[in-house]
Structures are given as structure tokens and as C-alpha cells.
Design a binder for this molecule. Sequence first.
Ligand code: PA5
Length: 446
Amino acid sequence: MIRFDHRNLLSNPYLKTAIRPSRVLDYADKVYSAREELAKDRHSGTLGFYDLPEQDISHITEFVQKIDPQFQTMVVLGIGGSALGNKAIYNALKTEAELKRKVLVYDNVDPVFLHEILAEINLETTLFNVITKSGGTAETMSAYMILLDLLMRKFPQDYNKRMIITTDKEKGFLRKIADTGGYASFTVPGNVGGRFSVLSDVGLLSSAFAGVDIAAMLKGAADMRELCNNKDVLRNPAYLNGILHFLYMREGKNISVMMPYSNSLYDFADWYRQLWAESLGKRFDLKGREIFVGQTPVKALGTTDQHSQIQLYTEGPNDKVLTFLTVERFHHDYIIPDLHPELEDISYLAGKKLSELLNAERLGTEIALCKAERPNCNLIFPELNAYNLGAAIMMYEIQTVFTGKLLNINPLDQPGVETGKIATFALMGKKGYDKEREEISRFNKQ
Ligand code: PA5
């Protein structure tokens, strides 16, 4: 199981400015009511992600078992919560869990990116999985239309066996297409928001296709949920990390850096970026008062960004909370050979594992940050596997809704995204957006 090392946020006397446990305990009432409210929300069915570990996954495993072995690649067409989890899981496990089949994610409207994906795949052996909860997202629907057209022209007999549709169970026009067009289809549960949906069909299908042990991933999530049920905030990883980030935010630490010391976990940091940003970045509180809260998530990569970002993190503005992601045991590792025993400057590296150097550098960075009074913590993965990844996903999802309660905002909506979406509809000529079109032309004339 993953471990949350919070000593450099909470108790380490080495950091004079670290928050003390007594300060966290001062918030016992607030934590209690956040917990009660979450329980109420769960009961009323608005926090469906909590219950995903118990879902029946036989429709996924049976579907994957029956996939024609000729299909060796799945391209996911989706964006935001309908894409990032797929990338995070696949890229975390593809090498360490030796996944057999490939997953690519097209999550933009960039023609060059699409061209690159089409150049990389063999259309003959590729399945496309279009994922959109609403069914109306311009980015995803444009990709769906381009790819479906391509498949229809190349495979007129069985194009619909090469595309899978994952969308709402009932709502949206894509559901109708899925149900009438002979496509295999999967469901985004109504009570699970996009960025909380990775452990639903949204992230499980591509994972199972690649060969991820999805049952183990859900078990990891269930076990973490159990740990995060602890009433003692100091022993509840999601609550503790949530309240510490909340308290540091109050001290002006408005940036949360996630820095995996593992290329495999870099996309996990990207998944976290969306979860933390879109859920907590809000203008209004639940009473409609303007509060402009949130903490800007940033991703960095160890050790690469030690040579790019760490100077700023240790000596620049003290406005960040840093989270390292550490892997203890790598399945693939190298021993550094003793090529130059006569050169003291590099011979100290000889005989050491590459992972040893990696984790020593991480600890070195942690020490440097502590010396500079920069709060930081470490999420430790004993190894990269499906179980640990499921646990990390559940921890951050619970932490996010809990922190939303502390901030007194709604972590499940994203009203700030709408304005840009509406402007795009108007610019692209969508019916019903004449007023916005006029406003945009006035804006462009300024
Ligand atoms: O978290 C969210 O709700 C969003 O990021 C959505 O996942 C994203 O906008 C894509 O939406 P949809 O799945 O409806 O295409």
C-alpha cells in the first residue's frame, strides 16, 4: 500500500514554520462537519466515485476477453476527465506492469497531433474508444467525426466494430447513436463527475484492454477508502493532506507542485492537476459570496526539473506546497558500471543502482526544501502496480471533495469553463448563439 509521509508539512521540527498538529486539531469541528456533509452527499448519491470499487466489472472483462486478437491498439478520443485518467494509468503501468497492448489518447484538437497518432497506428489493428459524458464536447465530437468517417471509408463492412462509445447511460445524442448504430457501448455513471470518473468504465476499459489488473486497482481504491474513513484526522491520509493544503493556502501558499521522481507517474501529476484545479478553483462559495479560492497545481519531474525548477522552489517566493511521488522498487533497473575508477568525480556512482541515485536525489531535494523552510510531503509507492495506483486515485479524489468542504465551495462543478465553450460555439456557427456572435465581433473590433 502507498504511504503518505507528511512530516515536512506537519511535525518535522527541522522546519520551524511547519504547521503543528495542535493547529490541525483546532479545526476538529470543521473536519467533523466536512465529514458529516460528505456522508450526506454520499447517501444522497451525488458522490458516486466513492462506490466505484464495488461496481460489477464483468461487462468490461468479458468484452475485453472477446476482442479479436488482431486489435493491438486502442485510441481514446476524449478530453479532460474523459482522457487524463486513461493516460495516467496506462503510462504509469505500461512498462513496470509489462502491459501487452497499447493505449494512445487523442485529447486535443491539434491537427498535427492527430496526424502523428494516425501515422503511429495501424488502422487495421486499432480500436477507437470515444469517451464523452455529455456527448456534446466539440473537441471530442470533431475527433469522433473525423475518425468515424475514416473507418467508414476504409472498413465499410465492419466500421462499427472498430469504434466503441462511452457516454451517459441515457442522456445525449451519442447514446442514441451507440444504441442504434451497432457500436459496443459503455457508461459514464450519472453521479460520477468527469474528473472523478477514472475508476468507472471511462478509465477501466482502456486499462483492461492494455492488460491492467482492474480488479486489483479497485481493491487498492477500496482499501484506501477504508483508511480515509478514519475519524482521526491525523491518521486519515486524504483528510490530513487536505486540511494541511487548506491551512497552507491560508498562509498564501497558493501553488501545489506535484513532482514525481518517475517518468511513469508524470501523467498522474497531470490527472491531479485537473482534479485539484477544476474542483477547487472557484469564484463563489456555497452562499454565493465572491471568494476567488483555489490552489494552482503545477507538475514537475524529478530529477529532470531539479535542473529547471528547484532553484525557484527553494529560493523564489515561498508560495508552494510540494508533493513528491516516490517509487521504492523498480522492476527495471540498472547498475552503474565502474568505467572510470581513477576519476573520483564520478567513480562514487559506480556499483550503485540507477534507482538508488534517483531516490537519493529526491531526498537531497527534500532536505534542500526543508532547509529553505518550504513545506513538502511524499507519497511513496512501494512499487508501480494497479493496486497502488487505485489507492492513490481514491486518496486524491477524497482529499479533493473534503478540501472543497473546508473551502465551502462546490468541488463538482466547473462554471468557469462555460464562457469559453459558449464563445467557441458562437465562433463555429452553432445555431442559437447569434447574440454571442455579435458580442464577439464587437469584442474583436476593439
Ligand atoms: O471534469 C469534468 O467534468 C470535465 O473535465 C469533463 O471531463 C470534460 O469537460 C469533458 O467532458 P465530456 O466527458 O462531457 O466530453
